[in-house]
Design a protein around this ligand. Structure first.
Ligand code: SF4
Length: 704
């Protein structure tokens, strides 16, 4: 923002897109112009930005913004809007109980927003019904971490990527989804680091890799189990580490013995050449300093937790964890997916990585002075909208996300919203979902928000405002605090986001006795000026105020006995098998230059040039059989519906597979929406949907 002298000050903030969490230096001028560059002082990116980050300046206009509260299309003032939301939630709870209401929130929220949302729903409304769109992104990794480590803990840091001799990308197209991390890895590769990519598509990440394993859909567990069995056969497990720090290896060995682990059979089951499988085994065996990155391709599966556990099992059995250059590393999709995990943004956790165990629940309830704090987990994202559709949830508040496009079987989500007696949407822009809102509440956008976010390596960074709030837009935390006070609840009278952060930091150490790794004790006493000037830091931050780059260095985990757990997992096929009617496997995901439902990146012409229209990738042989020509309009259908997209005929796509981006919306290309086609099959433990496989069929737009 310009100061009184007309000098434009540079503000250090954080990119709002992916979980890399790059630092951005922004200089805002008149007419909402914004010049951005990478912040050279930020350890995540050291001055670099990818195409999306570099185009942030083109996304901060007021086009499409929500600027006034409204009720059924009538512009109202904030007092009227929040009073109605408070009354309708209060009345609904009085008539139908605490679990008749729900919040569906977002990894776009700041940690302070997330904290307030959880305090209101779980603490004072007394229901577990708050879940986040991060459920679609990394819930399976969270569940795997909790089973193996005793809590949702990401062991590594980005320096481990520099130090590793081998990096395995498991369902992770880093070149497109986390470009700045990928550039860091390319630099390491130039120094001799080896790269293996496990992905049914030959992505840009796979193009330059030393080995690409284009495995059959959902054969990941088979592959990682095969690796573990082979390392055991070769005597390459670190049995000393296991004896000192890990439980469960015998049960895992028994589970492995139930399947034929000979390389020829594993390779056949995974749909790859046995030579490639052996090359994978050899590379892994030869490089103890291994980082295994796993992301959506692993998590978005009806067996996403098993996939995560299979990866963690290999790292625990070989002692490749808690050491420089060696760890399993779940990379998050959203800028503050981690902040949501930390503050209890998921329906099955409480704030501070606490569970619903009675002692945890009572600890949180005492801290908040909230005797009605929820005693049981709430409904996870997909289940939540199913409950709305079934009439069990009668009031829902959607914050900063667009489930009418992004959830699987999104047509059913629209039916749920249509039928719901009371829908509130707080967002910075009009979306497909605001069309269903009885009450629309204008929230701040990225360039106006002030608070904190946590990236994939547990690093907390400040997001700072570059522009004043436009129109009547308000911070999400303040909107929720006003509604909470309207409902008659105490404990929501914070004067600023800094005071929320301090309360949150105190909660992490409340009766904590230093035993939990999610500890922000060293940040709790921060004065407002310190919060304003806060520099990026990785938790845990103990009383000495120092951050912690790497976890489990001492081989102690957060289980009751301090030992990690290897968990037996067996391979299973996809939830829905392909059929004569739907003989192909549809996979949806992101492309390089778009973000979620394009509400921001769709405003940047440079970003839209990369892929201006919805497309479907198909292998040349499949295209020939179906009579589909490159660039031709193509119908993609599943049991849920049909979409139309341009065919990209490419041998980068595995035979029998289809890939469609998930970004297009009613505003950009209504017939190109892909998540409408996805079956709502979920991992039973994590509730994460199987976006990476739905039986489908592709045919020419006009069949002859
Ligand atoms: Fe933003 Fe991610 Fe690109 Fe960094 S890598 S600039 S955080 S989108």
């Amino acid at each position: 923002m310009a100061d009184g002298s007309g000098v434009i000050a540079t503000v250090r903030t954080t990119c709002p897109y992916c979980g890399v969490g790059c630092g951005v230096a922004g200089a805002a001028g008149g007419g909402r112009t914004l010049a951005v560059s990478g912040d050279p002082a930020h350890p995540a990116n050291k001055g670099r930005l990818c195409s999306k980050g570099s185009a942030l300046g083109a996304t901060v206009g007021l086009q499409g913004r929500l600027l006034e509260p409204s009720i059924n299309g009538r512009t109202v003032n904030w007092g009227e809007a929040t009073a109605l939301v408070a009354k309708r939630f209060r009345d609904t709870i009085a008539r139908h109980g605490r679990d008749s209401v729900a919040f569906y929130v977002s990894g776009q929220l700041l940690t302070e927003d997330y904290y307030v949302a959880n305090k209101l729903m779980k603490g004072f409304i007394g229901s577990g019904n708050i879940d986040t769109n991060s459920r679609l992104c990394m819930a399976s990794a969270v569940a795997a971490h909790k089973q193996a480590f005793g809590a949702d803990l990401v062991p590594g840091c980005y320096e481990d990527l520099d130090e590793a001799d081998l990096v395995v990308f498991a369902g992770h197209n880093a070149a497109w989804t986390h470009p700045i991390l990928f550039r860091r890895l390319e630099a390491a590769k130039a120094r001799g680091q080896k790269h293996i990519v496990i992905d049914p598509r030959r992505t840009d990440t796979a193009e330059g890799a030393d080995l690409h394993l284009a495995i059959a859909p959902q054969s990941d567990v088979r592959l990682w189990n095969g690796l573990l069995a082979e390392l055991d056969r070769r005597g390459l497990l670190d049995l000393t580490y296991v004896a000192e720090h890990v439980n469960g290896i015998d049960a895992v060995r028994e589970a492995l013995a139930q399947d034929d682990q000979s390389p020829a059979v594993v390779a056949a089951d995974c749909g790859i050449a046995v030579e490639d499988l052996l090359a994978f085994y050899d590379l892994f065996a030869a490089h103890p300093k291994t980082v295994s990155l796993f992301s959506m391709g692993s998590n978005q599966s009806a067996q996403g937790v098993a996939k995560g556990l299979a990866i963690l099992n290999v790292h625990l059995a070989t002692g490749r964890i808690g050491k420089p250059g060696a760890c399993p590393f779940s990379i998050t999709g959203q800028p503050n997916a981690m902040g949501g995990r930390e503050t209890g943004g998921m329906a099955n956790t409480l704030a501070g990585h606490m569970d619903f165990a009675p002692e945890d629940r009572d600890r949180v309830a005492r801290f908040w002075g909230a005797p009605h704090t929820a005693r049981a987990p709430g409904l996870k994202a997909v289940e939540m909208f199913e409950a709305v559709r079934a009439g069990k949830i009668k009031a829902i508040w959607v914050m900063a996300t667009n489930p009418a496009v992004s959830l699987p079987d999104a047509g059913a989500v629209r039916e749920a919203l249509e039928a719901c007696p009371f829908v509130v949407v707080s967002d910075c822009v009009e979306t497909d979902t605001t069309a269903y809102a009885h009450v629309k509440l204008p929230a701040l956008a990225w360039a106006e928000k002030d608070g904190t976010v946590t990236n994939s390596e547990r690093r907390i960074s400040r997001q700072r405002a570059l522009f004043p709030a436009p129109g009547q837009a308000r911070a999400d935390w303040r909107i929720m605090a006003d509604v909470a006070q309207g409902m008659g609840f105490d404990g929501f009278g914070w004067p600023s986001q800094a005071s929320i952060f301090r309360e949150w930091a105190r909660l992490t150490s409340y009766e904590n006795q230093g035993s939990r790794l999610l500890d922000l004790t060293g940040l709790a006493p921060m004065a407002p000026d310190d919060y304003a000037a806060m520099t990026p830091i990785q938790w845990p931050v103990r009383a000495d105020g120092k951050g912690t780059p790497r976890l489990f260095v001492d081989g102690r985990f957060q289980t009751p006995d301090g030992r990690a757990r290897m968990v037996p997992v067996r391979p299973k096929g996809p939830a829905d098998a392909v059929s004569d009617a739907f003989p192909m496997s549809l996979n949806t995901g992101r492309i390089r230059d778009q973000w979620h439902t394009m509400t921001r990146t769709g405003l940047a012409p440079d970003l839209c040039r990369h892929a201006p229209e919805p497309f479907v990738e198909i292998h040349p042989r499949d295209a020939e059989i179906a009579g589909i020509k490159d660039g031709a309009l193509t119908r993609v259908s599943t049991a849920r519906g049909e979409a139309v997209a341009l065919a990209k005929v490419t041998d980068r796509q595995r035979l029998g597979g289809l890939f469609m981006p998930m970004h297009w919306t009613d505003a950009f290309a209504p017939s190109g929406k892909s998540n409408h086609l996805i079956a709502p099959n979920l991992d039973p433990a994590s509730g994460q949907p199987e976006f990476k496989h739905t039986p489908a069929r592709a045919r020419p737009y006009r069949e002859t």
